[in-house]
Design a protein around this ligand. Structure first.
Ligand SMILES: Cc1cc2nc3c(=O)[nH]c(=O)nc-3n(C[C@H](O)[C@H](O)[C@H](O)COP(=O)(O)OP(=O)(O)OC[C@H]3O[C@@H](n4cnc5c(N)ncnc54)[C@H](O)[C@@H]3O)c2cc1C
Length: 308
């Protein structure tokens, strides 16, 4: 199978078909798979998939497709300008989804839409204030949980008459490869785009006892903090990453302080300890600062390892 595109669906399908025994080639125009994610995280996923036997054709544009009968041929233009031929039984086109507003008669009522979807404001109202739209049809965030959230916002405004606005600041998502890649808030790419000053804190799954006990050594958690040390985003690549993100959904939406998370007892041995450990890495830098070390030395003549 040749998979064209390397977004979440392309990559999930690539691994699924590969594990079912299909030889899979992935053709990607840019130099990174899962292009919304940070490259360091996406590259780890790509390495895992390569090790499972998937072939990636990166920086390769589509030059043509031919039906040869029993086989199909995909011509790709590689970065050096040469054309390469790939042949397979099946082609999976995973270049994104388009909204389908055909036969809804939207033109007849002059409802605003374009090829990206039906236009709505943050209360999910269309240009006709008594007509609402939610989900993929609005072309915004194409996830089941986004559709559910937007449906709730529409319901609140339309039926309950409680003004409610959709806010996507902490909309999480996950790519269900093995290992999973889950994300909420800003990653480094989005922080750079927003022009904010940020710092990155990480913790690896190979330092988590439960992960090791389950034979999982790949992956890490990445915590992005703003200039004031406030968490603005989390990325988790590893076992059960989508589940592990749940704690961060509560932390970010509830404005929970990092010190609360750091001092809250997590059961051992669990994957969830990684959430506490990454925060601990941030605080230990502060606790064992030169100033603190000097103060301790002064008062207690403290000469332990931390002083070196
Ligand atoms: C392969 C794949 C994997 C995905 N994996 C995930 C994932 O892991 N997590 C995630 O959050 N999202 C995932 N998604 C995206 C998710 O499926 C969509 O975002 C979600 O289904 C959107 O919900 P919706 O209600 O807006 O649209 P839909 O689920 O598409 O529902 C629209 C409904 O409207 C009906 N309909 C269409 N036209 C008419 C009409 N004229 N009259 C009446 N009914 C009509 C359709 O039949 C359909 O039942 C995935 C999508 C794909 C394709």
């Amino acid at each position: 199978m040749i998979i064209i595109g390397a977004g979440p669906i392309a990559i999930e399908m690539a691994q699924s078909f590969c594990r079912l025994g299909t030889k899979v080639d992935v053709v990607q125009r840019s130099g990174q798979i899962l292009s919304k994610e940070d490259k360091d995280m996406a590259d780890i996923v790509m390495d895992v998939l390569k090790n499972e036997g998937i072939t990636f054709h990166m920086n390769s544009g589509l030059a043509g497709v031919k039906d040869l009968g029993a086989e199909k041929e995909v011509l790709i233009k590689t970065q050096d300008g040469s054309t390469e031929s790939l042949k397979a039984e099946q082609i999976l086109v995973a270049l994104g989804r388009q909204v389908n507003v055909k036969d809804l008669g939207l033109e007849g009522i002059s409802l605003d839409f374009d090829k990206k979807g039906i236009k709505v404001d943050n209360r999910m109202r269309t240009n006709h204030k008594h007509i609402y739209a939610a989900g993929d049809i609005t072309g915004a965030y194409q996830f089941t949980h986004a559709a559910g959230y937007e449906g709730g916002v529409a319901l609140s405004n339309a039926i309950l008459h409680l003004p409610k606005k959709a806010d996507y600041t902490y909309l999480p998502w996950a790519t269900f490869t093995d290992p999973e890649l889950a994300s909420i808030g800003m990653n480094e790419k989005r922080a750079r785009e927003a022009g904010i000053e940020y710092s990155v804190w990480t913790e690896e799954f190979k330092a988590n006892d439960r992960s090791l006990a389950e034979g999982e050594e790949i992956g890490k958690i990445k915590m992005i903090l703003d200039r004031k040390g406030k968490p603005v985003g989390i990325q988790i690549l590893g076992p059960q990453a989508g589940e592990l993100l749940g704690e961060w959904v509560a932390v970010l939406n509830g404005g929970v302080k990092l010190s609360t998370l750091a001092s809250a007892v997590h059961p051992y041995p669990t994957l969830g300890e990684i959430n506490k450990r990454v925060v601990g890495n941030y605080f230990s830098g502060k606790i064992f600062s030169e100033k603190v070390k000097k103060t301790l030395k002064f008062f207690f003549h403290f000469k332990g390892r931390a002083c070196k």
